[in-house]
Structures are given as structure tokens and as C-alpha cells.
Design a protein around this ligand. Structure first.
Ligand SMILES: [Zn+2]
Ligand SMILES: [Zn+2]
Length: 135
């Protein structure tokens, strides 16, 4: 398990893709959960949020979705995640940070921001070669 730095290069497009994947998995996961007697809620399907509404998980302020969003996340297998990203698949999960919380966290916990993955579903040629995406 690794603390990884996930960059959502195009937040609006990322939401659109994530929502498509969520709908694909929804019926299956709901049936499985109900079989185990659990209630199943999927945020992207049951509580539709606008694609351009991203909120900082640290301070609750809204994040500019026209720029890349930095997320701190735990990834089981970095190599696999990188392969998925290279295949154009969305990488999700973790805590989205606004620009100022990102800077603070980078100063206080630089170890969270050393292994970087740029999400596959919303990356462009230019941000795959960039060494750092700054907000
Ligand atoms: Zn994405
Ligand atoms: Zn914040």
C-alpha cells in the first residue's frame, strides 16, 4: 500500500467517465449488497452531483474544476495503477484538496506527494509529461 498523489487532470471529464463506470457496476453491486442484507448507496448514481462541483475534503471550499485537482489517495499496487492509467482507465478514491490545502499538505507531509499518478481517463498528452501539476 502506498500513499499516492493522484492528479485529476480534467475534473469535469473525470466525473463524466466515473459516472458511466458507476452506472455499469451499479446493478451488480446493489444486488450483491442486498444479498448480504446491506443497504447500497452509490454517490455517483443515487445522489447525482454536478460534474463541476468538487469540494475540498479538508476545508470544504469548492475547487476550481477548470484546473487539475490534486488528490491524496492510498493505492494498493502502484504498478497496476500506472498500467490502468496508461490504458486510459479512471483512477478514483482518496481526498480531493483545494489549492491552499494542497500547498499546506505538501509542506507538512511531503511524503504523501512523492508518488504521482495522472488519472488515465482525463489526462492529456501535455500533462503526462509534466513533472508536477501546480494549482
Ligand atoms: Zn480521470
Ligand atoms: Zn481546502
Amino acid at each position: 500500500m502506498y500513499e499516492a498523489w493522484l492528479v485529476i487532470a480534467n475534473p469535469i471529464r473525470h466525473r463524466q467517465v466515473a459516472s458511466i463506470y458507476a452506472h455499469m457496476r451499479y446493478a451488480e453491486e446493489k444486488a450483491m449488497a442486498e444479498e448480504m442484507g446491506m443497504m447500497y448507496i452509490n454517490q455517483l448514481v443515487d445522489i447525482p452531483i454536478p460534474n463541476d462541483l468538487w469540494v475540498c475534503d479538508f476545508c470544504n471550499s469548492s475547487i476550481d474544476t477548470l484546473q487539475a485537482i490534486n488528490i491524496t489517495t492510498t493505492i494498493q499496487d502502484m504498478e497496476l495503477a500506472k498500467k490502468d492509467a496508461d490504458a486510459g482507465l479512471p483512477i478514483s478514491g482518496g481526498h480531493a484538496l483545494c489549492g491552499s490545502c494542497f500547498q499546506k499538505s505538501k509542506n507538512n507531509n511531503p511524503e504523501y506527494w512523492t508518488r504521482k499518478i495522472i488519472c488515465g481517463c482525463c489526462r492529456t498528452e501535455s500533462n503526462t509529461t509534466e513533472s508536477e501539476v501546480l494549482l
